[in-house]
Each structure stands twice: as structure tokens, then as C-alpha cells.
Design a protein. Sequence first.
Length: 159
Amino acid sequence: PDHLTAHLVVLGGIGLNLATLWLFDHVDLPVRQVADDKVVDGEVFETGVGGGTRRYYPTFSDNPALGLTEDVGLLVRLPNPANKSRTLSICSGVYSRGVLGAVRSLTAATIRDRNEEYLAQRFGDAAGFAVLMRVPVFRGDPASPDLSDPDVRLFEWQA
């Protein structure tokens, strides 16, 4: 469809958004979302290839009242595979809190300027990048990740 050839922003993981699944199959990215028996109702992120792969999991509290305490979010910016003169941005997560955390990393008034500065310094004029990040969750609400904090960044890649 023609709308795939414009600047494209895709929200959500492969379980809920077939566009994300399709796009992951059409971009050269060392991060994938895969089903994993350890995670119910979500897909984890996997980096690397062959025997050097690593999976990133959300964290749950032993206290059932707290539940999910940390999700994993993904922020990707690449040339659109359907039209290289346009961009593709993906915000995904193991759960919806990871998706929202990835979105908020660039939209939350309290943190977006610092995150934009970090991304500009880290990736400069690169053709594309990907950042896997920790997304803190408190009582079901995700906090906006601070990408300048190395403990927040789980994996980074530059095209």
C-alpha cells in the first residue's frame, strides 16, 4: 500500500501489530522480537546471531502487588525499506509499557531534550540506529527512560 512509502511510525510489538512483524522481516537489524516460553502474552527481544544471541526479559517483583517492575522497550530509526528517501521509526516493547516507554523517551517534556541530545551525540549522522532500553514500571505505569543513563541502555546499534 502507498502509505508504507511515506515517513512511517510503527507502534507496538509483533504480537499486536502485523506491520511491525512485516517490517522486521524487511530491515537489516540485529534486534528481533521472538516468542519465549518464559514470557506470557509478549515477545522478548533477541540480539545477535547464531550461538551469540542474547535475550532481554521484563522483570517482575516477587510481591504480587507490584507485578511488572521493568519492561524492555525498543526505539529504532532507519530508512524506510519501502522508500529509502523516507524514514521508519519503530517503538516496541515486550509489553505495552515498553512501547509507551520507548515513545515517551522522545515525547515526555521532562526527558525528551536530554534523550535527543544523547541520540545526536551517540549516533550523529548515522543512517540508522536502534536502542533497547529498560522501562521502569510502577503500579502499571511506565516511567520515561533516560537514555543518557548507561544502566537504562541494554543494547545499541548504529547503521
